[in-house]
Design a protein. Structure first.
Length: 127
């Protein structure tokens, strides 16, 4: 088995299943999908898509920091949306968290997410 180190932080929501917040293998860190849970209450944030997207990026930033990196180290994102009409909003908010060159990204429309979240994002970063 490859050299793997689990990454965990109280600054992001605890895993709600049998997975790690992130796994580091060499210089690569694989961040599990984050939904818009408040890490203190483990409750979904405000129902607005804007609040949910900001919370997800803040959660990803916290896990990246626990791994010794930042959002600037992200090379790949996958965005899962229950309503693709929110794609433009995600793009606008994403542009406030990242600078060019932007990470590679996929956006996928899906039927539902845990806890009735509207968005989930996972990431890969290289340190």
């Amino acid at each position: 088995m490859a050299n793997r180190v689990a990454i965990a932080t109280d600054a992001a929501p605890a895993a709600i299943g049998p997975y790690s917040q992130a796994i580091r293998s060499g210089n690569t860190v694989y961040l599990s999908g984050q939904i818009p849970l408040d890490p203190q209450t483990m409750e979904l944030v405000d129902a607005s898509i804007e609040a949910q997207v900001h919370r997800v990026f803040d959660n990803l930033a916290a896990v990246a920091a626990a791994a010794g990196g930042s959002l600037d180290d992200i090379v790949r994102l996958t965005v899962y949306l229950t309503d693709l009409d929110n794609f433009t909003t995600v793009n606008e908010i994403m542009a406030t968290y990242f600078e060019e060159p932007y990470p590679a990204r996929a956006a996928i429309g899906i039927a539902s997410l845990p806890r009735s979240a509207a968005v989930e994002i996972d990431a890969i970063l290289v340190l």
